[in-house]
Each structure stands twice: as C-alpha cells, then as structure tokens.
Design a protein around this ligand. Structure first.
Ligand code: ZN
Length: 1004
C-alpha cells in the first residue's frame, strides 16, 4: 500500500464512520410532544400544573436558562415485540428522562462546541416488551453542557440551544452501532483525526508510521467498508472482518489501566449552581442505568454537596446510589465538601471542607474516604499535605499541573512534602485529563507520558464526559471492553480508584519527592478576579471563627451548632474551584453575594443574641494574639485606640475617641516608630523606620500602575507574563491631596487618583504607637481588560521573601534564575508578604488581596482586574480594601508581622451592649512565643470543646494548655475530631509542636 493509497483509504473509512449513525434507527417514527416552559426548574410533582402546547421538530421553545417539561407520546407497533428500541432526542439543551414512577433514569445533552463527541442524544431504551401506546416525561434545560460557550475574541460563536431538533424513536440496529465502535477503536490505533481521542495533545499512534501493521490494519478497515456496501444488514459481516484485528491480543508486557467512570461536575461555573443540582441528577441517573447494563462497571464521584443535592431533590435516586455504594460499584471520592480552591481558602476553611465532607460520607454511607480528589483545582498550597494527613487521607490525586504554561512537571507519582515535612503520596493521571475517552491513542499517550513508567506497571484513567457533568456514555464502556486485551494498547480493566491508589503504596520508598507548593503555571488572574467575592469570603472566614469562640466561652447547651453548620456549608460551597477564583458567570455570583451576606448577617444576629441592654459597648478580641489598633465605633466621631490581650473582652461605658485634629501644611505622617512622606504626585517618597533610622524605599512607592490585560485565552482566569510590557502611559494621575491632619491618637492624609475611567481614593492613616501605615482604599472601577497593581520599590536586598499561606508561611525566591521561578511572576499570599534582610525589612499586609509578586527589591500587589468572559461585567463598580506597610527591624516573626496582619483582618467584635460573662475557658501559655490558639468551637458530634493550636513561626514550639471547670481532660485528636492520637491529660498539659504543626484537641 503506497502512502497515497493509505491516505485515500483513511479518508474513505473516516467518512464511512461519520455516516454510520444515520443507520442506528430502523423504521424511525416521530414522537408527538407537548411542552410547558418556565424560567426556572419546576419539580416533577408540579409538572401537571403547567400549561402545555404542542411541539414538533424544528420549533424553538426557550431562551438561555429557561426550563421545560416535555411530554412525549408514541406507539410501538406489534411487529416490534421483543426487539430493541432506541430514542433519538435532541431538545437543544440538556434533558433528563423520568420513568413512570417519577424517578430520573437517563440524560441527554445536545452539544458542546468544545468537544464534538460530548453530544448525547441516543437513549437505548431496551426491549419492547409491550407493544402499544407509551409516554415519556423529559425535563429540558435551555443551555449547553457548558452553559453558553463564548469566546471574547469570537463573540458570535456560542452553543445552540432552546429549540427542538430530534424527537424520534425506532428499532435499534445494535450491530451498526457496534460496528461504529469497532471502527472507532481500530481507527484510534492508527490515530485518525477527529475521533473521540482527538483532544489536541501529541498523537500517539500504536504502530510506527509506515509500518506493516499499520498498513495491514488499514486494509482490514477498508475491507469492512467494502463489505457493508451501503446496507446496514451487512454490519455483522463487516464486524466479522474487524474481529480479526480486534482479537489480536496485547503484548504480555503491556501496562494495565484501571478505568473508573468519572464525571467532573463543576458546582457552579458557566451555569448557575441551581443547574448543578440537575447536572448531578442527570449524571448520576445515567450512571446507575449503565451499571445495570455493565456488571463490571465502576463509577466514582466526589463532593458531598452534590450527594446532598440528590438527597434533597431526588430521594429515590439517592437510595439507588446508596445501594451501589454498598455494593462497592459506586466509589465515594475525595474528602472535601466540594472540590475547593486551594490557593485562596484559609487553612481553617480547608479543614472544614474535610470536616463536613468526611462527616457527610460517614454519616450517610458509613464510609471513610482516604483520598483527596481535586483533578481540576488551580494550584495546591504547601500547607495542604499536613491538613490532608490530619484529616485522615493519605493519597492525593490531581492532573491540573499538566496545564502548566512553561514547565512540564517532572513526576506523575511522587511524595509531596509540605511546609511541616508531612509527605503525601500523590498521583497525576498521566493522560493529563479527567475527561478521558478510553481510546487506544489516549491510553497510549497515558502510558508513554507516565514519568514513573519504568517502575510502576499501571496507570489510572478517569473516563467520561466532565466539567459540565455527564460521565461515560455506553460508547465509552464498549471501547473499554474492546481495549481489555488488544494489540497496540495497554490492558484496560474497570476498577476503583481507591484500590489503585492503595496499590501505589508499595512503590512509596522508590518515589521521587517534591517539596513545597504545587504551583499551577496558569490561571494567575484567579488570585484577583471577582474581588468582592474574595473580600467577602475573607470576612466570612474570619467572622465564623470569631463567633464560634464567642459561643465556646459559654455553656455549650447554648451553642448554635445547627446554624453554624448551615453557615459554614454556605461558605464551603462558595469556595468551589470556579466560584472563589472568579471564573464563573454573573448568575453564580448573584447567589454567592446573597449567601455571603447571609453568613455575615447571621453572624451579626448570633452576636447580638448574647448582649444585654445596658448602655455600653463591648469589644471582644477573638484572636489568639494581642490586638492593638484603632477601632471605629458606630455613631461616634473619630477613632478609638484599643489594646486587648488575646481573647480579652472589655466593656466600655465612655469613649476616649478623639476627633480633635490640627491641620498641617506638609504631607508627612509620623509617630514614634515611623515617618512617611508623600509627594505632590501622591507617591510615598520616604518611609523611615525610626528605631534603626532606615529608609525602606529605593524609589517612590505606593505607585499605582494600570496595564492592558488581555491574556491569550481564559479571560477571567489568566494573567499572561507579557502584561508588564503593556503598561498604559499617563493612565494614572493624582487629582487631589488633602494635607496631613493629626491629633494625639492618629494622623492621616487623603489621596485621590484618576485611573483610566475610574477613580481611587485612599486615606492613609498612622495611629499613635502603631507600626503600620494603613491605606484604606475605595475605588470606582469602570475599566475593561485592565489590571491595576500597586508597587513598592524597597531598599532591601535578599534572595528570598516570605508569603503568608494557610496556617504558615512560604519562602519563595525573588529572582528568576530558572524557568520555574520565572513562571511564578504572580503568586498567592494570604494576609501578608515580607521582604527582609537580617537587619529588618518591609511587610505588606492586606485585608483581601491574594495576587502578589516580589521581584528583586520590588513588592507589587494586584488590586483589580476587568475581564469580560465569562462574566461581562466582572468587577465593575465600587470596591473597598485596605492594605498596610509595616517596616520592621529584625526577623518578621519576632516583629509581629503576622499578628498585625491578623488584627487588620479580624478587628475586635463590637457588641452594642454588655456581654454576659464571656470568658474563653481555654488559655495557652506559650514558651516559644509561636504557638497560637486559633480555633475554639464545640465538637461536631459531642458536648465537648475542640481546640486547634498552630505553630506559626516554622520552628519547634511548646506550650501549656489550661482550661477551666467543668472541663476535666484534654486529648489530642485528628482534625476530624474522630480519633484520639494521644492520652487524656489534665489542665496545664505541656504540648510540643513540629515547625508549622497544627494540633487539634478535644476538651471534655
Ligand atoms: Zn472544574
């Protein structure tokens, strides 16, 4: 066979394969249908109350996010008895079919312009047992699998939805369908274009180009097409020819692939969360149906929140899932409540993801999941390994780092070591995909790409339609069966992920190690996009912990456990990896905004419930560190200086707040520690730490810079490195400076800027006795595709800087010597970053900003973005945030940088009235000065206190824990509060900590 002849045959086979679906239906008929449209979902039970009208193929019925009930009626003729029936249904959107009892049994989806073969419109109904009239109920949604796909560079390109395309039923020509699958698998061995394996990664044909086997297979394919000769009755004969190739066994040394059915369901993304409820139902119903048909098939799903959606909305479906879980054919995956973002969520929030997630699985299914399952999250903090381990998991799975823009991550199976030294066995499925398709070329890509394939003879494949849910179609399972023992292909078998991950344990000692964060070299904009959501998330995280401590200081009978459980779960849901990062559509954020508001208002109510009516004000420091700062008392002029010990509450009847100020001529703010001077242009031109007389700046600082921000792709997600070359000249100018005014307690000046079409106002404040210069900022932001950053050129030279992360900090280089360092041009911080030499340095604190860079001597922080996709108006409007500069001498740990950042983020609770006898029953006496009492709450499952203490300085730590009656004993336990890890001790127990160690105790 010449090359030209090979290409001729390839084209012919390809076209033949594409035509085969025309033959799937024999004796096709069209359903009679009627439809009732609504703007949102209507429950099955309420469907009869709607008004219906007749519908037929070709009719439009709804606009984006509309919902409909479709009633279909047909008639099976007598001649169809005991023959297989198939439906072809395409309603221009997604759909869920219900059986006669009102239980969902199968789903359809019309389109995805991203991946053509994601379309699902054939429903294998089974045998026609009773000919005659029949009816069906279908719930339709006018949106594609990915909502409405759009690209800001090609605005006209989007999914097509909201019209009826196909309402057909007929006899099922199973042999033609099977022929298509036979062809598909063999074509994939030869890497035909546009087949199910075509995801755009490097092609991996099974045989060398031009090899004899390649040509032999092409000849076999071509003979099968000859045989078919345009007649579907010949499918069986054509298949017999292909069987020759399909029955050639795999090499004895071929690797094994454990294939587990998977459906990545984003809890909210290009569709609102309410649609995810139905996406979960569509996915799970279809998978249960496939389990009936394929007895070896195993499906897995993570995210207890999705199981709760099903429990609350589809109880019969939920019972079926429970049964499959009990049989071991449905695998519960992951420990977290949702697959949450791991850059931005706080340390405590991540622990609560596990706490609520694992409690749900244990309560509902009696199963403890031992792996963390986060295939799609945008980077993984170096604080995670310890949290994973102490939450009872010992394996971690993702694949996201395969998306790196610059560097290929060197391992797929490795020991991941966190800031405290905890090691977690981690695995990246080497197909670089969680939407795998079980075709040979993708499987071959997986085994060849697998970095540890010289040691470990097996991989895992997460196959099925995902992101918008769905899971495998029948076709995927059929392909897996054909690839069980096929020449040129690894051996596929269906199985559980937990068993696969467990088997990796025996290689653990030989595995390479990776220390520190798993930084995703992409999606750096998600540290900044949807700024309001990030700010409210931070406030909610702080507030919930504060309120817990307030109630932990009282009789536990009064503890509002149910309400706090509800509020935490609202917060956890909104930390999903497309919600908190800012990559969702506007309707998702309408709900997030309401839910964050609900949390903050409910916390305020819980606080108010504890006050008495006296005419006073109570301040409660809920931090495990001292508070020192100014507070604004509602209804009072000026500011009140306040110093409180850790967990101290103070009731004041009179206020020392002061508003008498003297105006100054200059632009200098000064106290006993700092002197800050601003120029006429609004720049901070000098910042002196007075005890060392050190100028902290090397050039004007607090410089606002506006950049054109147009990443190559993924608008809301990405900041590409070239943004730095696109600074807009003359886009920022200072429009007004009010001269400094000062009183005995604080001094301040105000700066106003015009930035493009936006305005920014800063009140710069320095309190007496304070070490931080505060920049309280409001912005009216009206930009499009712009990035606003603030920069601070410092006089400090050091090779490294420190960044606050979850319950610890991370040291990162400030240079770009290697491609790995170069890729980290924008990194994640929580409440502070610090650049210092051994004599001292400068910390930048913030109350809600996560995207930061420290490059050589310049600290830069991203403030606002303005992407247009997927939310056209993301971030336009009013913003409020505060950052602060804190020069210091010596080490940042001893200088109290973390404590100052904590005070900025969680000022004392203010209660208008007296607070009845509040005293936290637990007290730490710390010898190293570095162990902090972070959390005191009621235990989830018993009347006991849970206390969480953390070593925050990254060194050995020691403390005594004291507690009051009626509590009698303290026992260390895991973070889930399930398992004790030490003996019961008395009050005053001395406890030691590894660097960054997080310890949890039960006090009874
Ligand atoms: Zn996702």
């Amino acid at each position: 066979m010449t090359e030209k002849e090979y290409q001729l045959q390839q084209t012919r086979v390809m076209k033949f394969y594409c035509r085969l679906p025309e033959y799937f239906l024999e004796d096709a008929r069209i359903f009679e249908g009627e439809i009732a449209v609504s703007t949102g979902p209507i429950a099955y039970e309420q469907r009869q109350s709607l008004r219906y009208e007749a519908i037929s193929e070709g009719m439009p019925w709804g606009k984006l996010w509309d919902s409909a009930w479709i009633h279909l009626a047909g008639e099976f003729p007598e001649s169809w008895k005991d023959r297989e029936v198939i439906f072809q249904l395409n309603v221009g959107g997604e759909g869920l079919l219900f059986d006669a009892q009102g239980v969902p049994f199968y789903s359809i989806t019309n389109t995805s312009s991203l991946v053509r073969h994601y379309r699902k419109e054939y429903v294998q109904f089974g045998s026609c047992t009773t000919p005659g009239k029949f009816e069906l109920w279908l719930e339709a949604a006018a949106n594609g699998l990915f909502g409405r796909e759009e690209d800001p560079d090609y605005p006209d390109q989007h999914g097509d939805f909201g019209s009826i395309r196909k309402l057909r039923y007929g006899l099922f020509r199973r042999e033609v369908w099977a022929l298509a699958l036979d062809l598909e698998v063999l074509m994939s061995l030869l890497h035909f274009p546009h087949t199910a394996g075509d995801f755009g990664f490097p092609e991996t044909p099974a045989f060398p180009e031009g090899s004899a086997r390649e040509k032999q297979l092409m000849r076999i394919l071509s003979r099968a097409v000859d045989c078919f000769a345009g007649n579907p009755e010949n499918a069986t004969v054509a298949r017999a020819i292909l069987a020759e190739a399909l029955q050639t066994p795999a090499l004895a040394s071929a690797m094994t692939v454990t294939a587990i059915g998977h459906a990545h369901i984003d809890t909210g993304w290009l569709w609102p969360v309410r649609e995810s409820v139905r996406k979960a139902a569509r996915t799970f119903a279809s998978q249960l149906m496939l389990m009936e048909r394929y007895p070896d098939y195993v499906f897995g799903a993570s995210q207890p929140q999705h199981y709760l959606f099903i429990k609350e909305n589809y109880p019969a479906l939920y019972e079926k899932i429970k049964q499959r879980v009990a049989e071991g054919r449905w695998e519960l995956q992951g420990g977290m409540w949702v697959e949450c973002d791991c850059n931005l969520a706080s340390g405590e929030a991540i622990i609560r993801q596990f706490l609520h997630g694992k409690n749900f699985f244990r309560d509902e299914f009696g199963i403890e999941v031992k792996n963390l399952w986060l295939p799609d999250v945008f980077g993984y903090s170096a604080a995670l390994p310890q949290i994973i381990r102490k939450c009872g998991c010992d394996r971690f799975l993702t694949q996201k780092l395969s998306w790196n823009q610059s560097n290929k991550f060197p391992h797929h199976c490795f020991r991941w070591i966190g800031i405290d030294g905890t090691s977690i066995l981690s695995f990246f499925p080497p197909e670089d995909n969680y939407n795998a398709t079980l075709v040979p070329e993708m499987l071959n890509y997986g085994v060849n790409n697998f970095s540890e394939n010289d040691t470990i003879p097996e991989i895992i494949s997460l196959f099925g339609i995902g992101d918008g849910g769905g899971g495998p179609k029948e076709e995927y399972l059929e392909r897996g069966i054909r690839c069980a023992n096929l020449e040129g292909c690894p051996k596929v078998r269906f199985g559980r992920a937990d068993e696969f991950l467990e088997r990796l344990g025996k290689y653990e000692k030989e595995l390479p190690a990776w220390h520190g964060e798993l930084y995703l070299e992409l999606h750096r904009g998600t540290l900044t996009t949807q700024a309001e959501v990030k700010r409210n998330n931070r406030r909610c995280e702080e507030m919930l912990i504060a309120v817990e401590k307030l109630y932990a200081g009282r009789d536990l009978k009064e503890y509002p456990a149910r309400e706090l459980d509800r509020l935490w779960k609202l917060l956890l849901l909104n930390q999903f990896h497309d919600i908190l990062p800012g990559s969702s559509i506007a309707p998702v954020y309408e709900r997030t905004r309401k839910e964050h508001q609900d949390i903050l208002e409910s916390c305020a109510k819980l606080m108010a419930a504890l006050k008495d009516k006296s005419d006073c004000m109570t301040f409660v420091n809920t931090l495990g560190t001292p508070y020192h700062g100014l507070v604004k008392v509602p209804g009072k002029e000026g500011w009140l200086p306040l110093t409180l010990a850790p967990h101290e509450s103070r009731t004041l009847h009179t206020f020392d707040s002061e508003n008498i100020v003297c105006l100054r001529e200059d632009r200098v703010l000064e106290n006993e520690f700092l002197r800050a001077e601003f120029s006429m242009a609004g720049e901070l031109v000098s910042l002196i730490e007075k005890s060392s007389n050190r100028e902290m700046l090397s050039a004007p600082a607090n410089v606002l810079k506006l950049y054109h921000d147009r990443p190559n792709a993924n608008d809301a997600w990405d900041i590409d490195s070239f943004y730095v070359n696109e600074e807009l000249a003359d886009a920022v100018w200072c429009t007004k400076i009010t001269p400094a005014k000062s009183g005995s307690l604080w001094s301040e000046l105000t700066l106003e800027f015009a930035i493009g079409d936006s305005t920014l106002r800063q009140t710069v404040r320095l309190a007496k006795g304070a070490k931080e210069l505060i920049f309280a900022t409001t912005v009216n932001w009206q930009e499009e595709h712009r990035l606003l950053r603030v920069e601070f050129p410092t006089s400090i030279h050091n090779g490294k800087a420190n960044f606050d992360i979850q319950y610890g900090f991370l040291e990162r280089p400030i240079h770009r010597n290697t491609s790995w360092e170069e890729a980290k041009f924008e990194v994640c911080q929580h409440q502070y970053c610090d650049l210092a030499d051994s004599a001292g340095g400068l910390a930048l604190l913030n109350d809600c900003k996560y995207g930061v860079s420290v490059h050589e001597n310049i600290i830069g922080m991203s403030l606002l973005r303005a992407p247009t996709y997927p939310d056209k108006t993301a971030d336009r409007g009013e913003h409020e945030f505060t950052y602060a500069l804190m020069p210091h001498t010596g080490d940042f740990r001893e200088a109290g940088v973390r404590e100052a950042a904590a005070s900025l983020n969680r000022p004392p609770l203010m209660i208008a009235g007296g607070l009845k006898a509040w005293k936290l029953p637990v007290k730490l006496e710390t010898f190293s000065g570095s162990v902090v009492l972070e959390v005191v709450k009621k235990a989830e499952k018993e009347d006991a206190l849970v206390v969480r203490c953390v070593e925050r300085h990254g060194r050995f730590g020691r403390c005594e824990i004291h507690f009051d009656a009626p509590y009698r004993t303290i026992t260390e336990c895991d973070m889930l509060e399930w398992n004790p890890v030490g003996k019961a001790m008395k009050s005053g127990a001395e406890v030691s900590f590894r660097p960054f160690e997080i310890k949890t105790f039960l006090i009874k």
